[in-house]
Write a protein of this length. Structure first.
Length: 118
């Protein structure tokens, strides 16, 4: 069972705890272990680099992968912003995609910091 502090921190990170626990068959220790490994997904670095050099195909691929990971982990605010970013990139709306780069990075870094503190 998740302790109150962990539950609070996961909520602050935007995790829909009940949805995530359903995916993890109620194994809260496994959920926390996997969430703490989010920083090992190299797609985040690939996304940042690709957006910086305007390689939008690579940015799309990385953002799409991150969308899937965050959706499966029920990190809802981060998932939603990545959904928006993926759609902009998919439809070649690069100016709108560039406007979302900083919010994506800020939210991702915020979530990683919380998970690192678990």
């Amino acid at each position: 069972m998740l302790d109150d502090i962990t539950r609070t921190r996961l909520t602050e990170a935007g995790v829909d705890i009940e949805d995530a626990l359903n995916r993890f068959m109620g194994k809260d220790d496994l959920l926390v272990k996997i969430l703490k490994k989010l920083d090992q997904d190299n797609n985040y670095q690939l996304y940042k680099i690709a957006m910086a050099v305007e390689n939008y195909e690579e940015a799309f691929n990385a953002a799409h992968a991150l969308k899937g990971v965050t959706g499966n982990l029920s990190i809802i605010p981060l998932y939603r912003i990545l959904c928006e970013e993926v759609e902009y990139l998919r439809h070649h709306e690069y100016e709108k995609a560039k406007e979302l780069t900083t919010p994506v990075i800020n939210e991702y870094d915020r979530v990683l910091k919380i998970f690192d503190e678990l």
